[in-house]
Write a protein that binds this ligand. Sequence first.
Ligand SMILES: Cc1cc2nc3c(=O)[nH]c(=O)nc-3n(C[C@H](O)[C@H](O)[C@H](O)COP(=O)(O)OP(=O)(O)OC[C@H]3O[C@@H](n4cnc5c(N)ncnc54)[C@H](O)[C@@H]3O)c2cc1C
Length: 387
Amino acid sequence: MQADLDLIIIGAGCAGLSLGVQLAKMGEGAPKTLLLEQRKVYENDRTWCFWGQQGNTHSDLANHQWTKLLVQSEKKKIALECSFAPYQMLASQIFYDSAHQAIGLNSLIELRMDAALLNEPEFHQGWWQFETSFGLLRAKSVVDTRPKVLSAVRGAKLWQSFFGYEIECEQAIFDPTTATLMDFYKANSEFVGFNYVLPQSEKRALIEFTVFAKRPYIQDDLVSRLDESVARYLDGKNFTILRKEFGLIPMGLHTGNDIVNATRTHSTYVHAGLTAGAARPATGYAFQRIQEWAVQCANSFSKSGLPINHAKDSFLLRKMDDVFLNVIRNNPELGPGLFLDLFTKVDGRKLVRFLSDRGRLLDYLAIVKALPAAPFLKDVFSFSSNQ
Ligand SMILES: Cc1cc2nc3c(=O)[nH]c(=O)nc-3n(C[C@H](O)[C@H](O)[C@H](O)COP(=O)(O)OP(=O)(O)OC[C@H]3O[C@@H](n4cnc5c(N)ncnc54)[C@H](O)[C@@H]3O)c2cc1C
């Protein structure tokens, strides 16, 4: 039996490593922690974007940022100047390397790669017991960040599915000062679809095709639309695909243990990460929310020796996101118009604060005022729309 641990973190991706970094900062006061990660190596498998604002964690690691954002359809183009909170991009490899370095500075925190759990942890006489590919372990607390398989994710109102290529071309095509947040696919009754274009230089960009829909879309469902979009942006010019990126984000999940495993509700065992309610329901943004949780979870550990779940959003924010998701879910054909309305009618600072969880009451009011009353009222008064 390996020495007893205070904490085991299962999964060392964004959530697991972020918590590891915050625990490492506690120095000698850190809990004796093991991060168990099944990967053998870390690859640059995703790109995290967020609005760079005061109080953010890891904004300093961002490898590119934009001060102008576009939202557009065939008929309309809206530009949002956002130098007050530049839209930042962080390549996952940079984050993984930085987190490993920070964790490596504290001998109380160990990261074990290529590590498999051979059974589900069991609680016995005050300890969580684990059988792993490298022996038996026990720990007082567990933070489980393993993404749930799709069939086990309960309560997603909408799915955000996206597939993208990071490409490099021979000629200068892109404007690296401007990112396209949403370039809408034609309105239809199945999904809200849009291209997301993040140019890092005149010759290099990440281009993704995204859908918000009732069901998850797999890579094969998205590839032909992505290929069409890339061909349109590049207008026949040669390019090389450097990397591909696929993502599936359940939107509208509640936080807490109840959503993932009703049988394991114990104050010493918490679920965290994307499928445990980390993402903002209406947008799917999760990176900065995970950072905030990691700081709070480390604080809680230092005060009470217990980990915590992702915090619940305020009632008002939850209600607004809920109604918005219901409207999009039930009327995807309205989606492009609703987003365009938001970007046209709401002041940029208010909108960015709202989208990045820093909204104030007046910002919420501006959002409500910008949206057409009819579909929202219908949802608020409909008791069957969630069924
Ligand atoms: C391609 C992509 C792009 C995204 N872009 C953004 C963005 O721009 N902005 C934003 O805010 N959010 C974004 N997100 C959402 C979210 O920030 C990420 O999904 C984030 O990585 C979630 O962190 P996580 O720790 O929950 O999951 P992950 O980062 O996936 O980590 C889970 C870890 O658990 C490990 N694991 C799984 N099973 C086991 C096991 N049995 N034993 C041990 N380890 C295990 C995995 O190997 C993995 O390392 C994106 C998501 C994806 C997929």
